[in-house]
Design a protein around this ligand. Structure first.
Ligand code: ARG
Length: 571
C-alpha cells in the first residue's frame, strides 16, 4: 500500500483540534459581557451552519430581553476574526461558519496524529465492564447478543480512551441447576460430558427428567448439597462441565470477534467463599433483617406493587445464597480488590430493579464511596418481524450460532469472498445491534442489516474497502489538505468531529453515537468522491484529496474497531 500520510507524531498540545472548544473560547467573552456572568456558549455541530450556539435562548429569558436582540449584541461584541463568521438566525441562534484556514490547519494536524485527535485520558480510571455473562448451562442465544456486543464495544472504546478496563464475564456457573446436570452427566457414563454445541439439548434432557422423575429429583437435590459443601468428586464433575462450557463460549466469542478471553471469566462460583463474610459485614452494619427465615436487605425507596418494602434476599431460608448475594460480593471485590472507580453492568433492562437495589445496599454498606460509581448499562430486546420477542417458528430461542451462519451465508450471496463473508455477515449483525439507542427494542431484519446502502455495517465496510483500493492505486504520496470544494470542506469538518464523538461514547456509554457518526462520515465521503476526482486531479489538488481519503480510511477503520467490527481491506 502507498504510505497514507505524513510521518505520524504525538498529538500537539498547541493546536486545538477541537473546533467546538476553540469557537466556545472565542465566543465566551462576548456572552459574559452581555450577561454580566459566565455563560456556557454551548457550541454544537449544526445542520444550519458549521456550528451553532443556542446559549442566547436561555440567557434572554433570564435578562428579560428579546432573544434576537441579545443575539445581535453578542454577535456584534464577539471577536471571531480569522476563525469564523457569525450570524443570528431563527429565534436567536448564533450560526457560526468557519473560515477555510482554520479547517485546513486542524485537519492537517489531525492527519499527523496517530490517535486521530483523541489524546489518552489525562486521569485514567480503573473500570470494570461486566458483560456477556451468560448462564453456562445453555448455548448462547440471540438474547446474549446485545450484552456481548454492546459491552465489548464499550470495553474497546474505554480502553482506547486510555482507561484501565477490566472485562468481567460474570457467567452463571453455580446454583441449583448444577445438581441435576451433574446427575444427568453421571447417568451417561464418565465420558458423557455434553458435546460442544449441544449444551442446550443436554440441559433440556436433564430438566425433563428432573420434572418427571422423583428419584432423579431427589438425587439432584442431594448433589446440590454436596456441591455446596465442597465434596471433591462433585467439584471434579462440576469443573469438567464448566470447562466444556467455557471452551464452547470462547469459540463463540472468537467467531463474533469479541475480545473476551479465558482470563475474563469471573463467574458466580468465584465469589462463593466470600459470601458468608458479605453477610457478616452487612449484618454488622445493621443492614439485614430476618424475614421468613431469609436474611434480607430492605433498601429505602423500593416497594412492591402492594406498597410493601421490597426485599433483596441476601441469604435464603435454606441457608443458600442467590443472585443478589453474588452480585454484592462481586461489587465489593471490584471496588476493594480491583480498585475500580467506575463499574458498568451491561445487562438487559428487565434487571433494572435488581441492580438499583444492589447498588443501594452497596452504598449503604460503604462499598461505593465518593468517587466510585456503579451504572446499569441497560438495553432493550430484539424483536421479530411480528413485534414480539425474536424466536424461531416453533417458539424456541434463536441460537446465536444459527444467526451467524445465516448472516455469513447471506453475505456470500452478496458476492463477498469466503473470508470477507465472515466479516460482512458478523459485522452486519453487530452493527444492527449497535446502531440504535441501546435502550430501545429493535426489529431483527435480515434485508435491512445486510443492505449495501443505508445505515448498515456492510455500507461502512464497503466504503472502507473502496478507499483502500483507491489508495493502493495512487502512485504518489498524500500532501497537505487544502479544502476548496464544499464537499471537501464538509468532509474535513466531519473528520474533525471524530474525537468529540468518541469522548461522548465514553461518557454516555452510547455506542450508537459512534455508529451514527461513522455512517455520516461515509456519506460525506461519498459526496466528496462523487464531486471531487482524486487520481485524475492536478498534482497539488490530488495530494490534498489523497490525504482526505487516507484520513477518512483511518477514521473509519478505527471507528469500526471501537464498535468491534472488522474492516477488511478488500471485499
Ligand atoms: N447471568 C445473568 C443472566 O443471564 C446475567 C448476569 C449479569 N451480570 C451480573 N453481574 N449480574 O441473567
Amino acid at each position: 500500500m502507498t504510505p497514507v500520510g505524513p510521518a505520524v507524531r504525538a498529538p500537539s498540545m498547541g493546536l486545538i483540534m477541537n473546533l467546538e472548544a476553540l469557537l466556545s473560547a472565542r465566543l465566551a467573552p462576548a456572552l459574559a459581557e452581555v450577561a454580566r456572568a459566565a455563560v456556557d456558549p454551548a457550541v454544537r455541530r449544526s445542520r444550519h451552519a458549521d456550528f451553532q450556539s443556542g446559549a442566547v435562548l436561555s440567557l434572554a429569558g433570564r435578562l428579560g430581553r428579546p432573544p434576537r436582540d441579545v443575539a445581535q449584541e453578542v454577535a456584534a461584541r464577539s471577536d471571531l476574526d480569522g476563525l469564523a463568521r457569525i450570524e443570528v438566525s431563527g429565534p436567536g441562534f448564533l450560526n457560526l461558519t468557519l473560515a477555510d484556514e482554520p479547517i485546513a490547519a486542524a485537519v492537517n494536524d489531525l492527519a499527523a496524529d496517530a490517535r486521530l485527535g483523541v489524546p489518552p485520558a489525562g486521569r485514567p480510571e480503573t473500570l470494570v465492564v461486566d458483560y456477556s455473562s451468560p448462564n453456562i448451562a445453555k448455548e448462547l442465544t440471540v438474547g446474549h447478543l446485545r450484552s456481548t456486543v454492546i459491552g465489548d464495544s464499550l470495553a474497546r472504546t474505554l480502553a482506547w480512551l486510555g482507561h484501565d478496563v477490566v472485562r468481567a464475564n460474570h457467567v452463571g456457573d453455580w446454583g441449583t441447576a448444577f445438581g441435576m446436570l451433574i446427575e444427568h452427566l453421571l447417568d451417561h457414563g464418565a465420558s458423557g460430558a455434553p458435546r460442544l454445541g449441544d449444551l442446550t439439548g443436554f440441559y433440556r434432557a436433564a430438566r425433563a427428567r428432573f420434572d418427571a422423575d422423583e428419584e432423579f429429583r431427589n438425587r439432584s437435590r442431594l448433589r446440590v448439597v454436596r456441591l455446596q459443601a465442597g465434596d471433591e468428586e462433585t467439584l471434579r464433575l462440576w469443573r469438567g462441565y464448566v470447562a466444556e462450557s467455557r471452551r464452547y463460549l470462547l469459540a463463540a466469542y472468537e467467531r463474533l470477534g469479541v475480545t473476551l478471553t479465558e482470563a475474563h471469566f469471573a463467574g458466580e462460583s468465584t465469589y462463593q467463599d466470600a459470601l458468608p463474610d458479605v453477610v457478616a459485614e452487612l449484618a454488622g452494619k445493621g443492614l439485614l433483617t430476618e424475614s421468613d427465615g431469609a436474611l434480607c436487605a430492605f433498601p429505602a425507596g423500593f416497594t412492591g406493587r402492594d406498597g410493601e418494602p421490597l426485599p433483596l434476599i441476601v441469604r435464603k431460608s435454606d441457608g443458600g445464597f442467590g443472585y443478589a448475594a453474588t452480585d454484592l460480593a462481586a461489587l465489593r471485590h471490584r471496588v476493594r480488590e480491583l480498585g475500580a472507580t467506575r463499574l458498568l453492568y451491561v445487562v438487559g433492562a428487565p434487571q433494572r430493579t435488581h441492580f438499583r437495589m444492589v447498588y443501594a445496599v452497596a452504598a449503604a454498606a460503604g462499598w461505593l464511596p465518593e468517587g466510585v460509581t456503579a451504572e446499569h448499562v441497560a438495553f432493550g430486546s430484539i424483536l421479530g418481524a411480528d413485534g414480539k420477542m425474536f424466536r424461531t417458528r416453533s417458539g424456541d430461542s434463536v441460537k446465536l450460532a444459527d444467526v451467524l451462519d445465516e448472516a455469513i451465508a447471506r453475505a456470500s450471496a452478496l458476492g463477498a469472498g469466503p473470508e470477507a463473508a465472515q466479516a460482512v455477515g458478523v459485522g452486519a449483525v453487530k452493527y444492527a445491534d449497535l446502531a440504535g439507542d441501546r435502550r430501545n427494542d429493535y426489529v431483527f431484519d435480515w434485508d435491512r442489516m445486510l443492505a449495501l446502502t443505508g445505515d448498515t455495517g456492510p455500507y461502512l465496510q464497503y466504503a472502507y474497502a473502496r478507499i483502500r483500493s483507491l489508495l493502493d492505486r495512487a502512485t504518489d504520496a498524500p500532501g497537505p489538505v487544502v479544502p476548496c470544494h464544499p464537499a471537501e470542506r464538509a468532509l474535513a469538518l466531519e473528520l474533525l468531529a471524530f474525537a468529540p464523538v468518541v469522548h461522548s461514547v465514553g461518557e454516555t456509554l452510547e455506542p450508537h453515537r459512534l455508529a451514527g457518526y461513522l455512517h455520516g462520515l461515509a456519506s460525506s465521503f461519498s459526496g466528496f468522491y462523487q464531486n471531487c476526482p482524486v487520481l485524475r486531479a492536478p498534482d497539488d489538488v490530488r495530494a490534498s484529496r489523497l490525504a482526505l481519503c487516507a484520513l477518512t480510511g483511518r477514521t473509519l477503520r478505527q471507528g469500526l474497531d471501537l464498535l468491534g467490527i472488522a474492516a477488511p481491506a478488500a471485499l
